[in-house]
Design a protein around this ligand. Structure first.
Ligand SMILES: Nc1nc2c(ncn2[C@@H]2O[C@H](COP(=O)(O)OP(=O)(O)O)[C@@H](O)[C@H]2O)c(=O)[nH]1
Ligand SMILES: [Mg+2]
Ligand SMILES: [Zn+2]
Length: 304
């Protein structure tokens, strides 16, 4: 029988059949051995073939993937963990306060999604809590990200008109990410009260976020529309990105850097004749984005 993996706890996989039935599955030993680099050969979002075995099931085939996203690998580990598969778009939920999402974090997320060639959406949530000044800051950021071709919108998950949200999600598999406390579960409940997600008051956890290792979970809205929540996931794995490659994924640098004197060798740091630095100086490239770029090239941990 065909089904979609909607939840994974490591050894068990919950799948949803086309008929809407949820079945707990194990995986056949052979699939495990086939794919030795990943700690989990089957991920949320995978389409699989399974056989019923009593009240449970056994997954015996993973259908070809459109794409997959790796979770940040444990340092120095040769294993990586697949966070989700078959993603159409990535939605980042951020807040300017309670908790504050840094621009460095936003840009890392955008660059990761860009590296996987996945279109991005940013929701600036908790609009109802902002001062006039913060509303202005949000609007500036929305304009910046829209100018980069990203869908960006100010929302209040508590009382947002869901019509416009549903339009953005319709017919797609959306991977949702964001710090703990930004309102992901609240948003899920707003989209469909049937998702029945527990929300947690911000005072109940540290502003830095908790170190829980919860797994991704898919919420199906209808046969073609799903949202994958990724609680506790701070960063996607970008194992193979070289320093030179990073500016490939800053869309506003892609063309400008062709004018650098040292060509593709230029890291846009202190090299003479750097076209990117000129573009930053004359305001064509935003300073906040360039700072994010610099911190990524420096290999700084920007997850806060
Ligand atoms: N004022 C306000 N509070 C919100 C909004 N969205 C979420 N919250 C609150 O923020 C807290 C954390 O929300 P939750 O959905 O649990 O965040 P998650 O950790 O990202 O799933 C809860 O107390 C929510 O009620 C919003 O738009 N406005
Ligand atoms: Mg939550
Ligand atoms: Zn340069």
């Amino acid at each position: 029988m065909k089904a979609t993996v909607i939840k994974s706890t490591g050894s068990w996989y919950e799948v949803l059949t086309d008929g809407g039935e949820k079945v707990n599955c194990r995986i056949k030993g052979k699939i495990r051995l086939d794919d030795s680099k990943e700690t989990n050969p089957v991920a949320v979002g995978d389409f699989v073939e399974f056989e019923e075995e009593g009240t449970n099931g056994v997954i015996n085939e993973i259908l070809p993937r459109k794409n997959h996203i790796l979770r940040q690998a444990v340092k120095k580990s040769s294993h990586s963990h697949i966070l989700a598969a078959n993603i159409d778009q990535a939605l980042l939920v951020v807040t300017l306060k309670q908790p504050r999402t840094s621009l460095g974090f936003i840009d890392r997320f955008i660059i990761s999604a860009e590296a996987y060639r996945i279109p991005q959406i940013i929701f600036f949530n908790k609009a109802d809590t902002l001062t006039e000044e913060q509303v202005e800051e949000t609007n500036q950021l929305i304009l910046l990200y829209q100018s980069l071709g990203i869908t960006a919108k100010s929302i209040s998950a508590l009382n947002e008109d869901v019509g416009a949200l549903l339009e953005m999600l319709d017919g797609k598999i959306t991977l949702m990410a964001g710090h703990s406390g930004v309102g992901k579960s609240t948003l899920l409940n707003r989209i469909s009260p049937a998702f029945n997600q527990a929300t947690k008051a911000i005072s109940h956890f540290s502003q830095k976020g908790t170190h829980t290792t919860t797994f991704a979970e898919m919420f199906k809205l209808n046969s073609t529309t799903s949202i994958i929540d990724t609680p506790g996931v701070k960063e996607w794995g970008l194992a193979d990105m070289s320093e030179q490659e990073i500016s490939d994924y800053f869309v506003e640098m892609r063309n400008v850097r062709l004018g650098c004197k040292f060509g593709s060798k230029c890291l846009h740091l202190h090299e003479p004749g750097c076209a990117v630095k000129v573009a930053v100086e004359n305001g064509e490239i935003s300073e906040s984005r360039f700072n994010s770029y610099l911190s990524m090239v420096a290999g700084e941990d920007n997850r806060k």
